[in-house]
Design a protein around this ligand. Sequence first.
Ligand code: HEM
Length: 525
Amino acid sequence: MSILPAYKLSDVAAVSVFAILVFALVSSLFFRRSKVTKLVSPESPSWLWGCTRDLLLGVSGDYFEAWQKKFGDIYRIPYPCGSWRTIIMDPRAMSYVLNTNSYNFVRHKGNVAVFNIMLGGGILAYEGEAHRRHRKSMTPGLSVGAIRYYTTLFLTAVTKVMEQWRSQLEAEIDKKNMIVNMEQWMNAVSFESIGQAGFNHDFGCTSGIIHPVANHLTALGKSSTTIGSLMVLGLVQAFPAVLRLPLHRNHVMKNIRTSMTEVARSFRSRLQNAKSDVSDDHRSLVASIMKAEGRALSESEVISEMNTLLLAGFETTATTMTWCFHELSVNTRVQDRLREELKNYPEPTYEQMATEMPYLTAVVQETLRTHPGSQETHRIAANDDTIPLQSLATTADGKVVDHIDIRAGTGIIIPIEAINRSTMIWGPDSHEFKPERWLTDLPEKAKNIQGYHHLMTFIDGPRNCIGRNFSVAEFKAVLAVLVRHFYFAPLKDGSDVVRVRTFTSRARNKGYEGLMLRVSKVESE
Ligand code: HEM
């Protein structure tokens, strides 16, 4: 008689199958973990903040560029509470994340929550099919034909600024020059442009009225470096609940939504009551979105898109244009060359500005390169993935790889500002403002980058900036009128102008709430 207990064959088979399954699960977890590519990284300055505090308080692009020099085009950095972010500066990897497999790289829940609070949802908050549906309903209002029409509105808005400056100069004692806060004026032009083209609405900004929406956005900017704001900005991806704390910044975000929604609702009802289909109301960007109401979009989705346009269209363009005037004020040679070209186009049209004025285009592109409105774009991998690389990279355990394996949940940052200004990509003069670089052949490394003229300013792929042609047309119209009629000089010598992180990254004289320039009239008109 056997001393071993008697086992039924079926029990033995069941236990064996169970053991095999456990083994498969454990080894797949182990394999999955070991399959993740170990990336090189800087030391963490703090467990609580990781590198976020330095990035938010300093010029983040300079940090990312310094790490690129040390670690190459792919590395990771410490983030709050022991978490990590993978930094991608390799062109092929960027294109994979933003283009080839973009819907696997989604927004962090915390960032989506911010868009929900400020905008009530909208294209920036959606993924996959919902995003495609929203994007499709916005596209017709941003066609070439539409932008050709909007350009006439941009030119009207900036002509009002020109007339105001002329009468202010007349009122000056010596009538020679006056000090102008370019930040305020560029805010006004940008808000008026989105008001006119987007909503067929005169906000009165170019006549000196500051709209409550612009006020709230400025307040959000002002609060960016307070400890409460740093908490929200630094921790929102890991702990979206910070948005529920009774902090000033959270309160301001709600105010922004309330005031934008008021504008959107009043425009919507005006448009619904408008008798004729051919009025200017019906040529606006928002009118084209409303055509999708009831079919592709619900009423609340239309309102959230109107809010998105106000927010996305205003601050980024205003900031970029302000930086451009700072650069022109300290680079008189560039300013003079641009004015010479503009003299040939006393009343420029959309076509001329788009195709015939190479130096105007070069100045605009150089500004978009050196001063992109957004410093970074953030994503999180929805599923495990393998990201291909253009250049071989060395991992933390010394392997040389042509791709990296990541797990679902990996946070990714594409550092727009650093990529646009990197010496390793653009050459030794990459930090200088030189529009001439656009009139010759670009460095090979820069040409590998996709996006808008090899710039990451508007990112790339199905989620790229849908308003880029709108903002470039507006930017060109503003330069064409103001630089032709006025000279711009710095308040002192320009060296006191610093980057201040507001909602975007603003140019300001130290100790001033704006960029102060000396403006005088071009006499040879
Ligand atoms: C110089 C000016 C501008 C800059 C630098 C800029 C930059 C950007 C960037 C980087 C994104 C991608 C954000 C991300 O996914 O992380 C974006 C998206 C977007 N932008 Fe702009 N933008 C500008 C002007 C405008 C204007 C004038 C409008 C509207 C008329 C606009 C509307 C949008 C919208 C709706 C999106 C979301 C697109 C999507 O998710 O499919 N932008 N912009």
